[in-house]
Design a binder for this molecule. Structure first.
Ligand SMILES: NC(=O)c1ccc[n+]([C@@H]2O[C@H](COP(=O)([O-])OP(=O)(O)OC[C@H]3O[C@@H](n4cnc5c(N)ncnc54)[C@H](OP(=O)(O)O)[C@@H]3O)[C@@H](O)[C@H]2O)c1
Length: 347
């Protein structure tokens, strides 16, 4: 399946090299969908190269992080929430280089190396270029190359906004992070430790070492133990799983604690009955918070874990892996080979 996309990339890449400079400036290559569906609706094709408007920046994409939201949008799960139009470019996690500035942009200059979560209601980053609002951008961490930087924005910002903005995590608090080995979870573990929390985290047997390497104080193997037998008197639960895991999480909270979910709004009635707080977090773009996160990364206190790096030609496989729900850390798509043309070869 992915070989088909690779073959098309090889073919059209050869053709596009013959195009005039002006034709090249009008179009770019992108992975787009024209309808909701399985991985087969992902198509590598020409798309109009976007133009930055006032307050916007054109970024040449070097790498795009893959997140569950990518296949959820592709399958149509978000259609009642986000007004997407077809054809749509997926991928809302990127690292790249500033190519052009819209009117009034003052914080960035051409050539800056940046990373971002762009607005998920607009076109994403599986493309040569993307237009991003200035407020959604930050300089990428100096210590990470683009591939690793692209693994950071969406998952790390979601962890940051959940633990710090919503749950108001304080040093010394006890935190339970479900799926501490996942994209959001592995950043949440590190950020909670950075803030001085005592951290419990769940994952299956194969990821127990990873949890400990990330700094987890009590790693819980959810295939062998019930987390509520180990984690008690918890101030903050970060629920990245929902369903039965969320339901069982109420019992571990101490009075005044908070259950923060990323997947399903927890019951307000239940929270009231137990004297705790319930919150649902929808992560949002913030260049300002990404700049803070870059400082922590450059100080050596936070790092992305990469499950695998795939060429763009394997985007369908990347979606299948993400949907399996059992990758660790992040999957990243390599978009540019560094000379301004889309990645064509498999690593
Ligand atoms: N609301 C928002 O703004 C927002 C933002 C980001 C993500 N999300 C959502 O949050 C969820 C997690 O996202 P993600 O990027 O972290 O996903 P992910 O990287 O795909 O998570 C994979 C991890 O989940 C672990 N896992 C699977 N089942 C588990 C279970 N029953 N208990 C504990 N761990 C389990 C796996 O560990 P094992 O292989 O060891 O099982 C794996 O390492 C997704 O549904 C995503 O859409 C929401």
């Amino acid at each position: 399946m992915s070989r088909t996309i690779e073959a098309i990339i090889k073919h059209t890449g050869a053709t596009s090299e013959k195009k005039s400079a002006s034709a090249r400036s009008q179009t770019m290559k992108a992975i787009r969908i024209h309808k909701y569906g399985g991985p087969e609706v992902l198509h590598y094709e020409d798309a109009p190269r976007p133009q930055p408007q006032a307050g916007e920046v054109l970024v040449r994409v070097h790498a795009a992080g893959v997140n569950p939201i990518d296949w959820k949008v592709r399958e149509g799960h978000m259609k009642d929430f986000w007004p997407h139009k077809f054809p749509l470019i997926l991928g809302w996690d990127l690292s790249g280089v500033v190519e052009e500035l819209g009117r009034g942009v003052s914080r960035f200059k051409i050539g800056d190396e940046v990373y971002s979560i762009p607005d998920p209601t607009r076109n994403g980053a599986y493309a040569d270029y993307i237009v991003v609002r200035e407020s959604e951008l930050a300089l990428k961490p100096n210590s990470l190359h683009h591939i690793r930087a692209a693994a950071v924005p969406l998952a790390a910002l979601t962890a940051w906004q959940s633990l710090f903005d919503t749950a108001q995590l304080q040093p010394g608090q006890r935190v339970l992070i479900h799926a501490g080995s996942g994209g959001v979870g592995h950043f949440a573990v590190q950020l909670a430790k950075w803030k001085g929390a005592y951290v419990f985290a769940t994952a299956s047997t194969k990821n127990q070492d990873l949890l400990r390497e990330l700094g987890v104080d009590k790693a819980i193997d959810y295939t062998q133990q019930r987390f509520e037998d180990v984690a008690r008197n918890i101030d903050i639960v970060l629920d990245t799983i929902g369903g039965e895991t969320q339901e069982r999480s109420w019992s571990v909270l101490k009075k005044g604690g908070v259950l923060v979910s990323l997947v399903q709004p927890p019951s307000e009635e239940k929270a009231k009955e137990l004297g705790v707080r319930a919150a649902f977090v929808a992560g949002h773009p913030s260049g300002e918070q990404l700049a803070e996160i870059a400082k922590i990364i450059d100080a050596g206190q936070l790092a992305p874990v990469i499950d695998r790096i795939l060429p763009l030609s394997e985007v369908r496989r990347a979606h299948e892996l993400s949907k399996s729900g059992h990758t660790h850390g992040k999957i990243v798509l390599r978009i540019s080979n560094g000379n301004g043309t889309m990645e064509r070869k498999q690593s």
